[in-house]
Structures are given as C-alpha cells and as structure tokens.
Ligand binder design. Sequence first.
Ligand code: GLA
Length: 409
Amino acid sequence: MLHICILLVGVFVAIALLIGFRPTRRVGRWLGFISGGLLVMVALAYGYFMRPISMPTAPQVNAETALNTTRANLAKLDFYLGAGVYTADDINHLAFDGFFNSYSSINELKIGSVLRDPQARSYDFSQADTFIARAEQKNLRIRGHALVFGKLSDLYERPNLQAWLDANYADAIQKSTALQSLVDHHIDTMLTRYKGRIGQWDVVNEPLGLFGQGALENNVFLRNLGPDYIANAFKRAHNTDSQAKLFLNEQFDTYVGPRAEAFIRLVQQLKNQGVPLHGVGLQHHMLFTLTTAQETKIFIERLAAMGLEVEITELDARLRLFSDKDNPYLAQAEYYRDIIKTCYDIQACKGVTFWGLHDQDAWHKELPWMFPNPNAPYLFDEAKRAKIAVQLLADEIGGWQARKLFLPM
Ligand code: GLA
C-alpha cells in the first residue's frame, strides 16, 4: 500500500511542478520538465523495486546432520563460516549450534553500544563482554565490528558525534582535536580491553559514499579530520594491538565500475603509505540486484594480489531477488553456495559471514520503507528452522578438500 501512495504522490508532484511553471519562462519550464521527469522516474523505480511480491513459505528440511557436522568440518579446512548476531543468546541457541565457527556482533561492539558519554568518555561493556564470553565458551572466532564508522554517527546517530562537537567546541581546530582524541581513545579502549580475544577488527567501516563514483563519504570524520582519518585509525590500532588483523570494510552492490575502482585505489594508496592494513571486508549485501560469483571472484583476486586477506563479512541476498525462479529458496541457497565456494577457492579469502542468523531478526526490518518483505535473507526462517540453504551448504562444505597454497601473481 505504502509503495502505491508514494508512487501516486510522486506523479502528482511531478504534474504540479510541470503546470506550476509559467510557459513564458523558458528556463523555468525546462527545469520543470527535468525535475518532473526525474520524479516520475524515481517514483516508477520505487514502485518497481518495492512492489509487493508473494512467495511460498520456506520448504521444510531436516537439517540435523548438517547442524551437527558443519562446524567440525570447517575446523579441518582453515575457513570461517560466520554469522552476525543481535543477541549473545543466539550463539549457543540449539537451533544453530554446531554450524557456524565464527560470530560477529551486529551492534554490540559498535561505539554507540559501548560509549555512554563522549564528553565524559564513560563506557558500558556489559553487552559486549557477554557476547565475547559466549563465543569464547564455544571456542569460536570473533570478528570485531567496527571501530570507526561514519554512517553510524551521521545517519543512525549512535551517537551523533557532529552534534556533540558542535555543542561543546567553538571552532574547527578545537573540534578536530576533540574528535581525534575521542577516536584514539576509543580505539585504544577497545583494542586494549579485547587484546588476544578479538584477533581481527573492522577498523574503518564504509569509507566510501554508498552512491556515486567512489568519493570518500562526507561523514563526521572526513569533515573534521580530513581524509587521513582512515590511515590514522589503522596506525593507532596497530600501535595498540600489533597482533590484531586490521580490516577495511565496505559495501558494494557491484564489483565493477568507478566506485569499485576508487576502492582499489584507496586500498593501494594506504598500502603505498605503509599503513598497517591487513585485510579487506566485502560486505556483500545484495539488496536490489545480484552481483555474480564471477565478478566477486575477480575482485577478491585483485585484492589478494595486493597481499591482502579478504573476507565476505556481511552476506545476505533478499529472497525477492530470486522471485523469477521456480524455487526461490533453492536459488538463494545456490547463490550463497557459489559465493562461499568462490571465496574458498582463493587462499587469501578466509571466510564468509552472514549478516544475521534468522529471518526474524533481519536488519532490513529497521528500514521497512526501503526493504519491504519478502526479504527472508538468512539460512534460518522466522521460527529459526533451517532452510534448504543449510543443507546445501553443509553438503558443499562436507565435500571440500583442504585448500592448496595460493601464490598471488
Ligand atoms: C552496514 C554495517 C552494519 C550494519 C548494516 C545494516 O552493513 O556495516 O554494521 O549496520 O549496515 O544496518
């Protein structure tokens, strides 16, 4: 319903704009045409991508063996299959136990979850500590996500660091000094507290603007600290924990084109400057289109050839993207299998993490106007029952041979 209303509003606004301009004013008329046309296009695109789609419910599978064997199989393969969780309870929930061997916390290690007050620099680690303790009890790998994340501050306001700076500091120099000091303090705090327990961190998350040609995102860090905020965060992290593997994490809906090339240039520039960058995380949220496994392979190989580790860190592909297939659940499962196998076939690609465990907790629900159902992106359904993807992945991983040494060209 919402999408139809927005579509209609778009069309009405476009018509109003067109007739609102007096025909004698040529520029105004052209502007009216152009903006009206753009609005219609946006409204149509919105109507297309957001239209309601009905799909069958997930076919039931008996995945008991898959759940009992996959983690053990992964242990022999030097490969991580992970999931992001909202709550520590999911780590040892029987519905998933025995499957994944790596966990990320979707929110609890982010600055907004631990920092109570940027001015007083007071922290509350209770949730973060619980998450880490649960994973440790099970002897599972933890990915640290994320230390410096512009959108978290600018868009989600967790916390709004720009507002904090504006309220407390008078000029640009003071703001920059205060923000740099907070960032350094935060990196030191997290890496000191979890030294030896979290072996790998997303140091900077989503440095590029989500849209456009790949310019650095205009976020609170770029505005106040300049582009060196990225290199400085890595250096600081390395000084505090020289053993931790430090990752740059970014979302792509395609690995070809100017934005992907801009990312490669950014990585190369950081490498040339001697920045301690050890790996790249490719989020791989598939939201409106599907990137092919072949495209993904080429991009991972390019990063691997630069001497970097790679992980797919936030995999999900909405079920709607497979709505033209006879069995969308199977097609989604096969897509996941192909992406994971692509990673496994490249020695430098160390693991794949799904950005959620079960459809009840899909992060897409935070933005329902952008991601209307059916999203159903995960391996387990709303009732935490295994979908066909669990079986398919378990069979696939069960058949893998140990990897051969990969020598970058
Ligand atoms: C990005 C971030 C995650 C998470 C998701 C969804 O992918 O890396 O931390 O916030 O967006 O909201």
